[in-house]
Design a protein. Structure first.
Length: 465
């Protein structure tokens, strides 16, 4: 892969280091300073086409045609904007076939004007979450590097996506890659765990939470020959950029006013800022939208660092001392992430610095919402016809809070990212509507089941007939 080194390369995100590294090296941190890495492009040598309509046109390519499968992928039909591998090497399982949906009913409930709110529903991906976008890119590199074993720490969605991709990505011998997933022993939604088990992943339940799993898998990756598939892998975030390409495609390549996204490990927030920075640099969009990252109050490191401790990206001059002191206090106080939205139940987000960069690029804000508000937001999405996992409810809850604070205007054009399918965590849904979840005691949109005797008269009285 060294032949692409001049046009496509990995680079340390710390401006004081800025080490430039070949994409053929399996790296998950800078070998000099341990900072995160970016995938970077010399756009003079790999410039995307000027006609953006070509991306949409590819969706009508017959699957039997040359490049038919990758043209149907909602990641790879934008491959000129992700030019790190030849077309014949790209891995796809049909990811990214999602569309932007206008949500006037939900907009009205939130007090917004018609045609101003849109939902980007990533639950339509093959594994049921946005993770498939990133896995398509990361598995492409893993296969090019000849890796046989892939691994991740996970609250559920990452493990499901990794297990599915590994089962469908053959190695040089024709056998599927071996998938190893590290999940915390304390909390994982059964809908997500079931997928990893069903797809044949070796599932290791670690004593501890996601942060403990993440530490273990990072320490073990090199020693055990595991190719790491968490979002510290810079190629994961390259695939996740395409969520924004599809949003823009749905808006005829006109930027909305706001992108609202849940914040957990902060991979999406990081990817979105990078996507818009590159598109603006290339002249493909004329303005960059604003970003709102929504934390749960029980997993709110980004919110506290930005809003209470004043931490900023500052062109790369991040106050890392303040960040280290914050996490040291968290450890000393025994504080750990806790939220009903398991997908964002992360205390130490690995992409913190990249997310700070995105906030700067996109003039962003960070909000926090309670578990009650998250579950109400999730139920409200369901009320208007889209099932989503609890973490997705944070987008709507955060939008409602920012509307009340007058940070976002009812006339702004807003896109909420719904990260995962409602069947990822059906237990949370049933508990909310049946009133058995302590976090859902407000239950503003509950639709509880009603007991009825097995006779027509009772049914007639109940239904008012």
């Amino acid at each position: 892969m060294t032949g692409m080194a001049d046009a496509v390369y990995q680079q340390c995100i710390d401006p004081a280091c800025a080490a430039r590294l070949d994409i053929g090296e399996a790296l998950f941190a800078c070998p000099r300073c341990r900072s995160l890495l970016d995938v970077c492009y010399d756009w003079s040598r790999c410039r995307p086409p000027d006609a953006l309509a070509r991306f949409s046109a590819r969706r009508s390519t017959p699957l039997s045609a040359a490049h038919g499968a990758i043209n149907h992928s909602g990641v790879w039909r934008f491959r000129e904007l992700l030019p790190f591998a030849p077309s014949d090497d790209l891995v796809t399982i049909g990811e990214g076939r999602t569309m932007l949906r206008r949500a006037d009913g939900l907009a009205g409930e939130l007090g917004m004007k018609p045609a101003r709110l849109f939902l980007q529903y990533e639950g339509f991906n093959p594994s049921g979450s946005f993770k498939d976008n990133g896995m398509a890119a990361a598995f492409t590199i893993a296969r090019r590097l000849g890796r046989l074993r892939v691994a991740c720490a996970s609250t559920g969605n990452t493990s499901a996506s990794l297990a599915l991709f590994a089962r469908q990505t053959p190695t040089g011998s024709g056998e599927p890659m071996e998938a190893i997933v590290f999940v915390g022993s304390e909390k994982i939604a059964f809908g997500k765990l079931a997928q990893a088990l069903d797809y044949g992943a070796r599932t290791l339940q670690v004593q501890g939470d996601f942060d403990a799993c993440m530490t273990l898998v990072r320490e073990s990756a090199e020693r055990l020959g595991l190719y790491l598939m968490n979002s510290v892998n810079p190629f994961r975030l390259e695939g996740q950029k395409t969520i924004m390409y599809r949003v823009l495609e749905g808006l005829d390549w006109e930027s909305p006013d706001w992108i609202v996204v849940p914040g957990g490990n902060l991979g999406n927030a990081s990817a979105f800022g990078k996507a818009f920075a590159e598109l603006h640099e290339l002249g493909l969009i004329d303005r960059v939208p604003r970003l709102a990252v929504i934390n749960a109050t029980g997993a709110n490191a980004l919110y506290e660092l930005v809003n209470e401790h004043g931490v900023r990206y500052g062109g790369g001059a991040v106050d890392r001392t303040a960040i280290d002191a914050y996490f040291d206090r968290m450890t000393a106080e025994g504080r750990r992430a806790s939220t009903v939205a398991s997908a964002i139940e992360i205390g130490r987000p690995v992409n913190l610095i990249k997310a700070l960069r995105s906030l700067e690029v996109m003039n962003g804000v960070v909000a926090q919402v309670s578990d009650e508000a998250i579950l109400d937001g999730k139920a409200l999405v369901g009320r208007f016809g889209y099932g989503c996992e609890p973490a997705s409810g944070a987008s709507v809850a955060g939008l409602r809070a920012l509307l009340e604070q007058r940070v976002i205007s009812p006339s702004d054009r807003v896109v909420c990212i719904l990260t995962g399918h409602g069947l990822k965590d059906p237990g949370a849904t049933v508990d909310y509507h049946a009133g058995t979840n302590e976090s859902a005691r407000s239950r503003h949109y509950a639709n509880p089941p009603v007991a009825v005797a097995a006779d027509p008269e009772s049914l007639e009285g109940l239904l008012g007939m």
